[in-house]
Design a protein around this ligand. Structure first.
Ligand code: AHR
Length: 502
């Protein structure tokens, strides 16, 4: 199993938008309550936020964070989450069959974001609410002073506007499970109308229309075409959502999940550009890949479901997937796919951040720890700087039941011309063979190897747990070396690797 990469710093895909390293905090399970917020915890700060979690989120290197949902947002009244805490209503959360106490809301979350150093990305409820409520929220967050809602914000303790730039126009409106699910025609008209109104209030906002909840939705493709036919001139982005899981013990197909993400992105780009051509528009719509991850959805549907009219728990344990080495390799490969398309995917959100399908786990009253997926995200966010390079990759192939014949090795490279640094991210999908990779780049001749890290384990299903929180981590890859303009590295079976050069 050998692979050969050719890089040329003159040939770039495009600059890396830091928003690619976004994440997502939904009022779901223990993401907020008992996740980022646990007032009784030994590390809780004066606002009740866990400082051990804040430190891990900072280490993860997350740019913008999408909030407060997800499916949750389609039943959410934003007014419930502001003002004196004792006056905030307790509500049913129909999406997750839970109770929402509203003890953490817009102000508290924004204060937490300042602590972690991330930007707020808000979603408005276009499921059970409409344009007027979206305008109200925008007035509350972005108008300086002198209006009913700006003054209400000031009265609630926030003198300056929140100044929110990125807005999602609803969530997964193509999904029959969504409260207020609509047809593409109906949603396209509503998204267009709401976007126009929001821009009348604040022309500087950046707006994301809902694309498909996954590439396997029966309306995929036609949904994007119809929505953009209505809203092309009014929005900046169309969203993509994708979750992957190993099914029926087919690890080979699961390891090739990024092939599907590549195809998904390229199909949405083609659809958006088709609408552009039909309209004769000079504007380009980019992708906000605002939900992506490994998620064992089959397990959620089988075991976790909460039901019953008298059963609405607060912060139940939901979607608490435990991630293995194989999951982290797929996850690192999904990041490679996002980077390979950095010219058109200019925003992305890892779904989610804490406890709920998350890189960070917590135990109430106990520790916080890094899941296996934490490592590829943190390292890619730290090392992928500047621009993505067009990589010419020659690799062997293998056959998968789900995605056909796919490369055994996948890779992407980045280059920061100003700083004189470069990075290469690689996966080996083989379950039996090491991969020996040669990387040629005449233009990067004077670079030295600074770091080489690999995530791998003889047990592909090893994971970090409360009992053994550091079972899996990165190891230094001592096979990596540079000679002239050639870098060589050996990748173990089922592994993810990052190389830093300077
Ligand atoms: O991230 C979990 C859920 O996945 C989100 O609430 C929803 O948007 C998607 O279906």
């Amino acid at each position: 199993n050998t692979a050969h990469l050719t890089l040329d710093p003159h040939f770039t895909v495009g600059p890396i938008n830091r928003r690619l390293f976004g994440s997502f905090v939904e009022h779901l399970g223990r993401c907020v309550y008992d996740g980022i917020y646990e007032p009784g915890h030994a590390t809780a700060d004066s606002e009740g936020f866990r400082e051990d979690v804040i430190a891990l989120v900072q280490e993860l290197g997350v740019s913008a964070i999408r909030y407060p949902g997800g499916n949750f947002v389609s039943g959410f009244r934003w007014e419930d989450s502001v003002g004196p805490r004792e006056d905030r209503p307790v509500r049913l959360d129909l999406a997750w069959h839970s109770t929402e106490t509203n003890q953490v809301g817009l102000h508290e979350f924004s204060s937490w974001l300042e602590k972690v150093g991330s930007e707020l990305m808000l979603a408005v409820n276009l499921g059970t609410r409409g344009t007027l409520e979206a305008l109200d929220l925008l007035e509350y967050t972005n108008i300086d002073k002198g209006t009913a809602l700006a003054d209400r914000r000031m009265g609630n303790g926030k003198a300056d506007p929140f100044g929110v730039k990125m807005w999602c126009l609803g969530n997964e409106m193509d999904g029959p499970w969504q409260l207020g699910h609509r047809s593409a025609e109906d949603y396209g008209k509503l998204a267009s109308q709401t976007a126009k109104a929001m821009r009348q209030l604040d022309p500087s906002v950046e707006l994301v229309a809902c694309g498909s909840s996954s590439a396997s939705m029966p309306t995929f493709g036609e949904w994007e075409r119809t929505v953009l036919t209505h809203a092309y001139d009014d929005v900046d982005y169309i969203s993509c959502h994708a979750y992957y899981e190993e099914k029926n013990g087919d690890l080979g197909s699961f390891l090739a999940s990024a092939v599907d993400m590549d195809r998904f992105i390229e199909s949405v780009v083609a659809t958006a550009d088709h609408v552009k051509a039909v309209r004769g528009s000079s504007k380009t719509i980019n992708i906000s890949f605002d939900e992506w991850n490994v998620w064992y959805i089959e397990r959620y549907h089988g075991v976790d479901k909460i039901e019953g009219i008298d059963n609405w728990p607060v912060a139940p344990r939901l979607l608490e997937d435990r991630y293995s080495v194989a999951d982290a390799v797929v996850f690192g490969n999904l990041l490679i796919s996002l980077l390979k398309h950095a010219d058109r995917v200019t925003s992305a959100s890892l779904a989610q951040l804490v406890n709920v399908i998350a890189p960070i786990m917590t135990e109430p009253g106990g520790p916080a720890w890094r899941q296996t997926t934490f490592y590829p995200f943190a390292l890619t966010s730290r090392l992928a700087q500047g621009s993505v390079l067009e990589v010419k990759l020659d690799a062997g192939t293998y056959d998968t039941a789900v995605y056909g014949t796919v490369p055994l090795v996948d890779a992407v490279a980045t280059h920061d011309a100003g700083a004189g640094t470069a990075a290469v991210f690689l996966v080996n999908r083989s379950q039996t063979e090491e991969a020996t990779v040669t990387i040629d780049s005449a233009g990067l001749e004077s670079l030295r190897l600074i770091e080489a890290h690999t995530l791998a384990d003889e047990d592909f299903y090893a994971a970090n747990t409360l009992q053994e929180p550091e079972r899996v981590g990165l190891v230094s890859n001592d096979t990596a070396s540079v000679s002239g303009s050639t870098v060589t590295v050996t990748l173990p079976p089922v592994s993810w690797t990052a190389l830093a050069l300077a």
